[in-house]
Design a protein around this ligand. Structure first.
Ligand SMILES: Cc1cc2nc3c(=O)[nH]c(=O)nc-3n(C[C@H](O)[C@H](O)[C@H](O)COP(=O)(O)OP(=O)(O)OC[C@H]3O[C@@H](n4cnc5c(N)ncnc54)[C@H](O)[C@@H]3O)c2cc1C
Length: 384
């Protein structure tokens, strides 16, 4: 790979793509309007949970999640080595809890297809469940234990990627201010100059050979440049934490109401709401109260304990829940990598590798047909 790559957006996806492009030999500039990792990526619980996230059946999205999970071990080793930082990857496994016998049957169906795809999961009940998660409510009827799932400390992974990029010579432009214009370098775009560029409100202009669009929930701002609406919309996730020793919640625990993840810093993170609030990241009593009630029911030892932190982030959602990854028709110098919704931390190494291959003009290992960035406008125009 060679040439100059411009990356718009400094969340986990932008920084991961920057790290991958730089180590493959490109000159890289990342432009972030605000703070690196200051949006969804800094808010995330950091779960790497493709089996818990895909409960119905295997499909292309599940395959993408697995592709990325399979790369995590090497990715974390490489990022930690390049940065000198630790990302607190905790291979705890997960427990999906059923409170009623009727909920156990779907778990058995799920167990069959997921075990055929590497989950190594088992259904645990009674004493076996209690010994895995001793502080879980006695009302839990059964749990689907999946040792293949794990979690990282998302803000630390972002910080390590930032440091790794810095050490590789990536130009990291923070607090660049609003991006007011973008040029894909094609004849239909603003200047038709052949090179890509973005311009900020202060008049700074950044130019390169290729542009990777990683603007998360803000990707819609690039509609004019792309010639179609990328259709990514924000879904607010409100989340909170309680103080307790990491041994008190040993696994990532999921119920139909919430999840809990014990972090090394003594915080048990409990998430997350899914609400439509535009670009508002305000935390509401209503959003957090629902998590507190679920906590009281699932981990009685936390009942009545105050939350130590409350925060919110905007998941970049798409209509079909799948990310937009690929080179759009009509903008051959642009790669879109956005819309990772609930799984951007999990999908970051896989996305970076695919983007690296696209920058190298190689066919990625994952077929991208179902992730085409312009797929919604094609449907609207009767394109299929
Ligand atoms: C509460 C919560 C919990 C989550 N938990 C998990 C989890 O456990 N596991 C998991 O895998 N995922 C999780 N996610 C999802 C994950 O956080 C996202 O999928 C991921 O962070 C998306 O990364 P991103 O880089 O695309 O977006 P972001 O991190 O939002 O980054 C986009 C960046 O683009 C910048 N930007 C804004 N406007 C522009 C512009 N015009 N041009 C360029 N850049 C712009 C923004 O400032 C921002 O920094 C969670 C999300 C939330 C909110």
């Amino acid at each position: 790979m060679s040439g100059h790559v411009l990356i718009a957006g400094g969340g986990i996806i932008g920084l991961s793509c920057a790290f991958e492009a730089a180590r493959r030999g490109s000159r890289v500039t990342v432009v972030e309007p605000n703070r690196f990792g200051g949006q969804a990526s800094g808010a995330a619980a950091g779960m790497l949970a493709p089996y818990s996230e895909n409960t119905e059946q295997p499909d292309v999205f599940f395959d993408l999640c697995r592709y990325s999970l399979d790369r995590y071990e090497q990715w974390v080793a490489d990022v930690e080595y390049a940065s000198g930082d630790q990302v607190e990857w905790m291979r705890t496994g997960s427990l999906n809890i059923a409170f009623h016998e009727a909920d156990v049957l779907p778990m058995q169906t799920r167990l069959i297809w997921q075990n055929a795809r590497g989950a190594r999961a088992e259904l645990v009940e009674g004493a076996a469940l209690r010994s895995l998660e001793p502080r879980l409510t006695e009302r839990a009827a059964a749990g689907l234990y999946c040792p293949a799932e794990s979690h990282v400390f998302a803000p630390k992974l972002v910080a390590a990627l930032y440091e790794a990029c810095l050490r590789l010579g990536v130009q990291l432009i923070e607090h660049a201010g609003a991006i007011v214009a973008a040029d894909s370098g094609t004849s239909s775009s603003l200047s038709g100059s052949g090179g890509v560029s973005i311009t900020t409100a202060s008049g700074a202009r950044y130019e390169a050979d290729r542009l990777v669009l990683c603007a998360g929930a803000w990707s819609g701002a690039y509609e004019q440049m792309l010639g179609f609406a990328p259709e990514v919309h924000p879904i607010r996730g409100q989340i909170c934490s309680f103080e307790a020793p990491v041994t008190d919640v040993r696994h990532m625990v999921f119920t139909s109401q919430a999840y809990w993840v014990g972090k090394q810093n003594g915080a048990i993170v409990c998430g997350a709401s899914e609400d439509v609030s535009g670009f508002d990241t305000t935390v509401t009593e209503r959003g957090i109260d629902r998590l507190i009630r679920a906590t009281d029911r699932t981990f009685p030892f936390l009942a009545g304990k105050p939350t130590i932190k409350r925060w919110a982030g905007l998941r970049p959602a798409t209509r079909d829940g799948r990310p937009l990854i690929g080179v759009p028709d009509g903008a051959p110098n642009v790669i879109v990598a956005a819309g990772h919704y609930r799984n951007g931390i999990l999908l970051s190494p896989g996305t970076a590798h695919i983007v690296g291959d696209l920058l190298d003009r190689k066919a990625p290992a994952v077929p991208l047909g179902e992730f085409r960035p312009d797929r919604f406008s094609r449907v609207a125009a009767g394109g299929f």
